[in-house]
Write a protein that binds this ligand. Structure first.
Ligand SMILES: C[S@@+](CC[C@H](N)C(=O)[O-])C[C@H]1O[C@@H](n2cnc3c(N)ncnc32)[C@H](O)[C@@H]1O
Length: 321
């Protein structure tokens, strides 16, 4: 069935503490999004609910789905992971805006049975290729580096100290705000000053033509690169009741970069609502979907507490780059 094209015009209800769009044309899909924003986290199966979203309505899906075979709350065999995930990916592709993105935090695992036992299972790579085949454009692979990853016995390998974050986009012109990610320059101030005053900034060398070095430090900060270092225990002092809560700093990095202010951010595997809490602090219109009621309750508690003593903008300074 071809869905009717929806032009989604957002008008914010200035008097309300809940920021919500008051005009969308695909009535039942819009009503569902309203409900998700109102509730913060909505109880249900993300595949079913996202299938009812208005066409081209969401700016960013930012999520960390259940990893294969790991948690008691959703055991998906790695051999069947791609097959399990694709209907969710299809629903997101149908409802993302032309400038929109899917940012997916995921991690592979060592197979514990079958012919691959003891090896890294390739399901993450298989998933990436399947998403690209579906029509999601594979924009970038980020590494979430965990400086404090938990040690243990992992066979002939070191501890796992990183996870992947894959950025996929609907079209070749996704929203991306690099300036929102910039970090302080590492060069000392005297060198920055010297470069700015250099009257012959562009020099050709044997290795090819040079960049204009006078402009290196005019961007207000350095590009942080695609390795994002965030401590895994960041959330623990909040006492979040979820076994796989992600650090807020990770969510903040990608929400800033891949969604505009007042844009719509959805986390289909909301868990304890880290995405929703952080996105709302950053002025996005955000909501999540979660299939387990106890996590829905926890997510809503977190959202309510956070909006009670919200301090926009403070969080990002704590992200170690
Ligand atoms: C890795 S956790 C997400 C953790 C989250 N990022 C946080 O910071 O708390 C994945 C979540 O997806 C939920 N989930 C699994 N299948 C689902 C489905 N079909 N629809 C919605 N949620 C689902 C699980 O219950 C789990 O809470």
């Amino acid at each position: 069935m071809v869905k009717k094209e929806t032009s989604l015009k957002l008008v914010f209800d200035a008097g309300s503490t809940v920021r919500r769009p008051v005009e969308m044309t695909d009535a039942s899909g819009a009503a569902l999004l309203h409900k998700i924003f109102e509730e913060g986290v909505t109880l249900g199966d993300a595949c079913e609910l996202m299938g009812r979203f208005p066409h081209q309505s969401v700016d960013l899906f930012f999520t960390s789905p259940p990893y294969a075979d790991v948690r008691a709350y959703s055991r998906i065999h790695p051999d069947r992971y791609v097959e399990w995930f694709l209907p969710f990916a299809r629903a997101m592709l149908n409802s993302v805006k032309p400038t929109g993105s899917l940012v997916l935090n995921i991690k592979n695992r060592v197979a514990n049975r079958g012919p691959l036992r003891g090896q890294r299972h390739p399901y993450v790579y298989q998933l990436v290729l399947a998403l690209q085949h579906m029509g999601w454009r594979w924009v970038e692979t980020y590494i979430w580096a965990k400086p404090n990853a938990v040690p243990g016995r992992f066979g002939p390998r070191t501890k796992d100290s990183f996870e992947y974050v894959y950025h996929f986009a609907r079209t070749n012109k996704p929203y991306f705000d690099l300036d929102s990610l910039r970090v302080p320059y590492k060069a000392d101030p005297a060198e920055i000053e010297r470069r700015m005053r250099d009257t012959n900034g562009r020099r050709n060398t044997g290795a090819g033509f040079g960049r204009d070095r006078t402009k290196t430090y005019l961007l207000g900060g350095a590009d942080p690169g695609n390795v994002v270092s965030v401590s895994q225990t960041y959330n623990q002092h909040y006492g979040v009741q979820h076994t796989a809560a992600m650090p807020e700093g990770l969510a903040e990095f990608f929400i800033r970069a891949a969604s505009p202010k007042e844009g719509i951010v959805i986390d289909p595997f909301a868990g304890s609502a880290t995405t929703v809490v952080v996105a709302r602090r950053l002025g996005r219109l955000a909501g999540g979907i979660e299939i387990h009621e106890r996590f829905v309750v926890e997510g809503r508690r977190r959202i309510a507490e956070d909006s009670a003593f919200d301090a926009p903008g403070n969080l990002f300074k704590t992200v170690a780059m």
